[in-house]
Structure formats: C-alpha cells, structure tokens
Design a binder for this molecule. Sequence first.
Ligand code: NZQ
Ligand code: ZN
Length: 401
Amino acid sequence: MRSFSYYSPTKIIFGEGAQHKTAENIRQFGGSRVLIVYGGKSAKKSGLLDEVKKNLEQAGIACAEIGGVQPNPRLSLVRKGIALAREFGADMILAVGGGSVIDSAKAIAHGTANPETDVWDFWAGKAKLEKSLPVASVLTISAAGSETSDSAVITNDEVEPQLKRGLNTPFNRPVFAIMNPELTYTLPDWQIAAGVTDIMLHTLERYFAAVTGNCLTDEFAEGLLRNMIKFGPIALQNSHDYDAMSEIMWSGSVSHIGLTGLGSASAKGKEGDWACHQLGHELSGKYDVTHGASLASVWGAWARYVCGANPDRFAQLGRKVFHLSGETVEEIAEAAIDKMVGFFASLGMPTGLKALVGHTLSEKELDELADACSFGRTRTIGNFRELDREDIRAIYAAANC
Ligand code: NZQ
Ligand code: ZN
C-alpha cells in the first residue's frame, strides 16, 4: 500500500426526514445568513425548497436564493450568485440539488470569499484558492458525489466553444450533506441510469491506477461495483424502492470520497486514472450532454485501448465483479470489458458517440475534441496508461459508432 493522507471532513446526515435537520447543522457550522442555490424546477416542484426554507426560517436563519442552475453548470450563473451572496452578506452557501447545483454553490462560495479575483481564474489555474465560504448541501440525486468531494466542475459559457473544467481543492469539501434517499424518488430513469454510471466510473477510474494490488481498497471498489450492478436495475424498475435508492445514494458518496482508491496512487502521487472523465468533459462541454452518459459512451473504447497495459487488472475486475472465469487472462479481461459495456447498455446509457450526441462525428469534430482534451497538445491524460493527443483521438474515433 502506498503512503496516503486521507481527508474527508463532510458530516453526513442520512435517512428519512433528514432535510428537517438542515437548520441545526447550518448553526453547528456557524451559518447565520445563507444563500440557497437550486436548479431548474425539481426542488420547487417537489416542495423540498419550501420545506428547507421553512426549516431555516423557524430557526431564525436569514436566507436569500438563486435558482436556475442547469446541468453542466454555467459560469454566468455562478457570477450572478456571487453578486447576490455579496450583496446579501452570506456566510454559508447551501445547495439544494445535485452535482450541478453543488458545484455552482462551491464556485459561488469561492468567488464571494475572494472579491479581488476573477472566479474563473481558479479553474483556469491562474489563481490559487486560499480561502472560501462553507458550503453544504441537501442532495436530490445520487451521481456526482459532489456532496463530499473536493472537486467542482464548471462550464465556462463566456468562451466559444464552451469549456468544461474541474477544480480540485480541499476548500471544495462541503461541511455537511443532508442525504434522504426519498428525495431521489422523483428522478427520471435517464438520471438514475446516468447517476449509477457516474458512481461506477468514480470507482473504475480509481481502480485502474498505475499501481494496484491493495487488497482492502480493491475489496471496497469491487463491492461497490457489485452493489451498483445489483441495485441500479432495481431502482430503474421502481424509483420508490427505499433500499435500492439508499444503496445508490450512499454508494455515490463512498465512490467519490477517496476510499475506493486509497493507497493506489501512482509514483507521481496521482490517484487513479481519470482519462474517461477528461474525455467526457470535452463531450459535455461541446455538446451539452449528460455527464454519466458521456462516460458510458467512451468507457468501452478507452478500456480496449489501454487493456494491454495491464490485462491482469481487467481480468481481476472480471473475476471479482462479474464472476468470470476463462482460459487466459486476456480472455477474461476482454469478457470483463464486454460485460461492463453491456451493463451500461442495459441501463439505457449510450455506449458510443453516435448514440450520445445523435450523429456520427466528422473527422473535424474528432480533431477538435482531441485538441481540446489535450489542451492543444500541452498535456497528457490518464495514469493506467498515459495518453497523448493522438491516443485521445484514437479513443474518440474508436467510440465513434
Ligand atoms: O434542475 P432540476 O430541475 O433540479 O433537474 C435536475 C437536472 O435536470 C434533475 N434532478 C435532480 N434531482 C432531481 C431531479 N429531477 C427530479 N427529481 C430529483 N430529485 O437531474 C438533472 C441533473 O442534475 P445534475 O445536478 O446535473 O446531476 P448530477 O448530480 O449528475 O451532476 C452532474 C454535474 O456534476 C459534475 C458533472 O460533470 C456535471 O456537471 N461532476 C461533479 C463532480 C464533483 N463535483 O465531484 C464529480 C463528477 O465526476 C462530475 O464531473
Ligand atoms: Zn463523474
């Protein structure tokens, strides 16, 4: 096991009725003037937003609100949130929603606490984040894991083409997360499936690390993947199944809390691989597609491209997650990839780019994606196997069906 430091400070309040504990937790973490951030309509329609506001009001906590966060959350709305938070004098940002709302809340917190810096500079790597406001969430979709993660992904809609970029910092760790699985009962099938896919990818991206063979961490990862394969289809049959929605909700946090990759960092200290997320972010930025779906559309092509770097690892996935056996390592590895891709397809996820964006990509589009993903040939992605611009293009091309 490699050396690691583990930091996961988010308090989890899990279970039925958990949203009624929002105010007491805001108080516990020092909030008294709270900006509530929410999405398009689901939190309003379900009555959750009113419930949360009432809970705060009864506790004497002042609040302002900003709605309208879109999936692949936009920088322009973040800027509006920052202006409002400053004017209101917010001392905490509360997200009521999913990854897009939570990531927007994180960005609003950073921008509010740093009026001298353009908030995008933190994402562009031009400024270093050294302070922020506390962020918390009432989670309504199990997927991104932003409720506990150190990451926030924002789409810059002020440039053409739009750029979707992530920022990792301890200041992104929310102080608490309210997680009531019942709040996810209203999710459409597409979002349940995309969420399950994203949760699995957060584990798979860590599982395919350059340095492997860490038994406890592997067991966490393999158990989580088996859990999703079991409960994903149950949730799709009945989104009101409390057990299935609970398992998916908790798996969503555990998958992105670091546990499924601990001690597996590479010699360079990088945890996991993350190539599929980078490939997916370019697709979401350019075509505004659902994050989980973008991952499903490239995973198979990525896996087949990199498998030769360590077929044993793919074979272990096959044995431990899909209970496969076979004559050779290569045979089991290949079958494991087919099984995983087949599972994503069974959820209704696209397993190629045509199904993802609605057309076969032109050579020009493939070039643009590869240029963008390699930051104009200035970076490589991946860790299990390092991928340069030509590798990236080859994977997009292999997924282009
Ligand atoms: O806007 P509303 O009306 O709320 O609808 C949302 C949205 O359309 C809907 N929804 C959410 N909860 C619902 C609901 N509909 C009915 N009932 C509910 N209870 O679901 C749609 C998707 O919401 P979104 O917040 O976009 O989903 P998700 O949690 O998958 O977040 C995706 C974003 O998170 C980023 C992704 O790139 C993407 O931008 N990620 C963030 C990460 C992080 N911060 O750690 C890690 C991930 O890898 C990911 O990159
Ligand atoms: Zn993800």
